[in-house]
Design a protein. Structure first.
Length: 173
């Protein structure tokens, strides 16, 4: 069984770790059963903010911008060929909050979609053409709908109140 580790490196949204990990486990099983060929020992899912994922994007892809999700694979050398010993999936919770509101969805559903997308890449999904991108999105949305029907998206994700920046005070009424 693949090990799943969850790290929360963002402070934008409060997300309880146990149900997020359960969702990730369920999605991992669902994606693994629909994709073939890739074996993975462990995956670490990191909930990041815009700046955190921007740093990863800069380090991994030399792109200085935030994005929704990044999957990084670590392959064993060289005896096992293409076996993936570990992977990291970075999920941008700031982006999920923004886009979830814009799509009349919610942050939890958007985070689930990003986790599904990262796992889809991990297990062989490719979105390098418009046709493949549409196919991936269709699969991932289906997996998220199934997770929702299984009750795995029924947990709170509450935005934290932002604090006034230094030097500014909240206006009194």
């Amino acid at each position: 069984m693949m090990k799943i580790r969850l790290r929360n490196q963002q402070k934008t949204v409060r997300m309880p770790p146990v149900p997020v990990r359960q969702l990730a486990r369920w999605l991992t099983h669902r994606v693994q059963t629909s994709q073939s060929g890739t074996a993975v020992d462990a995956v670490e899912i990191t909930l990041a903010d815009d700046e955190g994922i921007r740093q990863v994007n800069r380090r991994v892809f030399l792109r200085d911008r935030a994005t929704d999700v990044i999957t990084v694979l670590y392959r064993e050398l060289p005896a096992d060929g293409c076996r993936i010993s570990a992977a990291e999936i970075f999920v941008n919770v700031d982006c999920a909050l923004r886009l979830g509101r814009g799509r009349h969805a919610d942050t939890v559903r958007e985070v689930a979609l990003y986790i599904a997308h990262g796992l889809d890449h991990l297990f062989g999904g490719r979105d390098d053409t418009p046709r493949r991108r549409r196919a991936m999105l269709r699969r991932e949305r289906q997996w998220v709908r199934e997770a929702e029907h299984a009750g795995l998206l029924d947990f709170p994700a509450t935005p934290r109140k932002s604090k006034p920046t230094e030097g500014r005070t909240a206006a009194k009424k």
